[in-house]
Design a protein around this ligand. Sequence first.
Ligand SMILES: O=C(O)c1ccc[n+]([C@@H]2O[C@H](COP(=O)([O-])O)[C@@H](O)[C@H]2O)c1
Ligand SMILES: Cc1cc2nc[nH]c2cc1C
Length: 342
Amino acid sequence: MPHPDASAFDAAVARQARLTKPAGSLGKLETLACQFAAWQGRAIPSRLRPAITVFAADHGVARSGVSAYPVEVTAEMVKNFVRGGAAISVLAREIDATLEVVDVGVAADFDPAMPIVHAKVRYGSRNLCDEPAMQEQECEQAIEAGRAAARRAIAAGATLLIAGEMGIGNTTPSAALICALSGARPVDVVGRGTGVDDQGMARKRGAVEKALLRARTTDTAAGWLAEVGGLEIAAIAGYYLEAASAGVPALVDGFITAAAALVACGIDIDTRDWLLASHRSRELGHELALTAMGLEPLYDFGLRLGEGSGAALTVPMLQMAIRLHADMATFAEAGVSDRDHE
Ligand SMILES: O=C(O)c1ccc[n+]([C@@H]2O[C@H](COP(=O)([O-])O)[C@@H](O)[C@H]2O)c1
Ligand SMILES: Cc1cc2nc[nH]c2cc1C
């Protein structure tokens, strides 16, 4: 995997020091501009061209009372994405991002003419409590669907990749993966997802504990993904792996994408160098998962939607960071006196 360009980073840091502002006064915006400089391999990064890919799939475990919503919502929301009425549809238009929806495992048939990517591996993953969620070959097929989506986005000119997801029940496999890969306990990771009540929470924690116990001899990230993951989570892991291989940065959205990012980093630790976390999700174990990868969220608005929405919301801010870095005058250009040097 390529590494971000350290000399472009240094050149960007030097430029930040010459811009007409007290040193460090633009805080994280300065760091972000320098990070994009390193990612793009140029002291002044160019305007971002974001691509959003939403991966949709269903989950066998969703039939065990672990979600506040019925499984049918996954397929219904896919249609809503396409019609333009979902939150991510609105945000994609607002930030001028492309939006592609990939069916990797929704438990329903779609009209073949519907403008989504038809990459269904199977009608939902199996119930992780009782058996491996995916066979190895199914898992690999889902990873490849994610890799292919990243390749398409990059070939079309995207310079920032955003993965989103839709899958009723998917906070349960995500919690299981985060526990398995970080060593955290289910009580510290399992949250309310779409808003389950206390009984639902107990069922969810029970499901995660049962899955972790059943698959306890698993010893690789890819192995855990197949045992307790899900088809859209596998696809997103593939999407991140491909982004990093191509040297294109990718945003980590909420709880589910963080679980996928942990898997990708478990498969190849260098993936981490190309990831940027957008927000802190309201979902319990999210920050713990980000910390396990050394990622820090940019903001906290109490979001817990998914779809890539939290990541999409950061794009205007990232564009501003780059614009400021590119267009502000230096002290010399503006004839402004710099600080006294000791
Ligand atoms: O992004 C998040 O942090 C997030 C937190 C909770 C729920 N979600 C979304 O809600 C769905 C999963 O919730 P659940 O309760 O069905 O497991 C799935 O479609 C996710 O996109 C997303
Ligand atoms: C309506 C709805 C929209 C979503 N978008 C992502 N997860 C979702 C879950 C539900 C229930």
